[in-house]
Design a protein around this ligand. Sequence first.
Ligand SMILES: C[S@@+](CC[C@H](N)C(=O)[O-])C[C@H]1O[C@@H](n2cnc3c(N)ncnc32)[C@H](O)[C@@H]1O
Length: 241
Amino acid sequence: MGNINKVTYRNNAYQLAKNIADNYNLELLEDSLANNNILIVSEDKISLKVDDYSKEFFIDFLNDSLLFRTSNISQEAILKACGVRQDNKPSILDLTGGWGIDGYILARAGCEVLLLERDPIVHLLLEDGIRRLREKIDCKISAKNINAIQYLAENDINHEVIYLDPIRPQDNKRVKNKKEIEILRKIIQEDQTYDDLLSTALHKIRERLVIKSGRYDSLNIVGNSPNFTIFGRNTKFDIFK
Ligand SMILES: C[S@@+](CC[C@H](N)C(=O)[O-])C[C@H]1O[C@@H](n2cnc3c(N)ncnc32)[C@H](O)[C@@H]1O
């Protein structure tokens, strides 16, 4: 379980907040919008307030930055990494859903995407973002709250591409992470199972496994090197077939 254990609400969202408090075992607080490390439930969305960030954070797939990226979608290195082309829209299993940004780019390029996310609060925000997205546009993206290691063990994997973008202990500290990643780091537990997830995923490849990391990070899979690597501006994608 992560570091968020309180929830508060605005205006008429009491019942919604109460349901979330009950389902996620959170303490329900009144008049606590100024608190930090708290979930805030409004009638139209669920957001998060964490230390060091004065603005509430919520998933908005239609924000300006993502609108810009999707209007130039062919430039996205992730599409090349996943083998997405005009005539090839592979189905994607994203083992590390997070805020769903990578998955969203792939879905907007026409792929069907399933995001797995083990942290219940991250998953709650993700589902909320997907719900609001679906009110505006038709997009084949969905999310499940499950540990990907368990999902891989219990299911036949038919997705053509398995995608992995873990927060790793050895993340390059010289490269400044984006605000979204810093917020994730604050609310989830340190990932101790990265190697297990990687080696389980390697055994489940149907067409390709794509692993995202920082451009200057070294990959750490004993005995395995990627078939090839695609570089983005600050990221790299190692592809295993
Ligand atoms: C770097 S973030 C992913 C960011 C995502 N690619 C995006 O574009 O927003 C990594 C996420 O993977 C989740 N995660 C780590 N290990 C996992 C596992 N074994 N199963 C499911 N989710 C996992 C973490 O909780 C975190 O939210």
